[in-house]
Design a protein around this ligand. Structure first.
Ligand code: DX5
Ligand code: ZN
Length: 223
């Protein structure tokens, strides 16, 4: 197994108290921000102005996950507000290579996400254009859903392709990551873990982050 980075999702935080909620994940590697438009997914969250304030209010790198249609039009704006990475869905992009290049040209890491039923193989030639690949482990739209074990073979195939390419592409999983499921995802080859309810659904989110890391790297030595 490789490294283990934990990106808590503020979708499960208290939206009326985002600044204090961000302070509760001070040990996270980044904050994962879910942008939904009620079209690409059947849920509506936040947009550019709120994501901008989250970035200003937190020391953590911003990992923006766009679950929106017409993403070629909107994603560059999230790069411009200083996001560390911007993730668009392959299913929502008309020109994913052009969009990935556009994001990188604005100084942001380019990341592409796949819904659970979208095969990874058609996109493997795009790895040189990406800094991160996100394989959804639930149907996107809501926190608190159960991890889909059926995605594990896809994670393994993506890991093999990334290792074979020699490229420094991170492999992120998002959805249903808990102390029970994180090891399966890590063993399959994921190295960046989004966790919403299993972090913010606890009394002490920083302790929950530590517990997740400990499952993957029990010695705490970073493997
Ligand atoms: C779901 C979002 C996830 C969500 C994960 O569509 O993309 O980031 O917050 O929540 P949990 O960890 O509770 O499954
Ligand atoms: Zn997400």
């Amino acid at each position: 197994m490789g490294s283990c980075r934990i990106h808590p999702s503020i979708l499960s935080a208290d939206f009326a108290n985002l600044e204090s909620e961000l302070r509760r994940i001070s040990t996270a590697d980044a904050v994962h921000v879910d942008v939904m438009d009620n079209h690409f997914v059947p849920n509506l969250t936040i947009g550019l102005p709120v994501v901008k304030r989250i970035g200003e209010a937190s020391e953590l790198p911003l990992d923006v996950h766009l679950m929106i249609n017409d993403v070629d039009r909107w994603a560059p704006g999230y790069a411009d507000l200083g996001a560390d990475s911007v993730t668009f869905h392959a299913e929502a992009s008309a020109a994913p290579i052009r969009l990935a290049r556009e994001l990188r040209s604005r100084g942001t890491k380019a990341a592409m996400a796949l819904r659970p039923a979208t095969a990874v193989e058609p996109y493997l030639d795009m790895l040189p254009e990406l800094d991160m690949l996100l394989l959804m482990t639930v149907e996107p739209g809501f926190g608190g859903q159960a991890f889909l074990d059926v995605i594990l073979p896809k994670i393994r195939r993506a890991r093999a392709a990334i290792d074979g390419s020699g490229l420094p592409v991170a492999l992120q999983v998002d959805g249903g990551i808990t102390r029970d499921t994180i090891l399966r995802a890590a063993e399959a080859g994921a190295d960046v873990f989004v966790a919403g309810s299993s972090v913010y659904g606890t009394e002490d989110p920083d302790a929950a982050i530590d517990a997740l890391r400990h499952v993957v790297a029990p010695t705490g030595t970073g493997l």
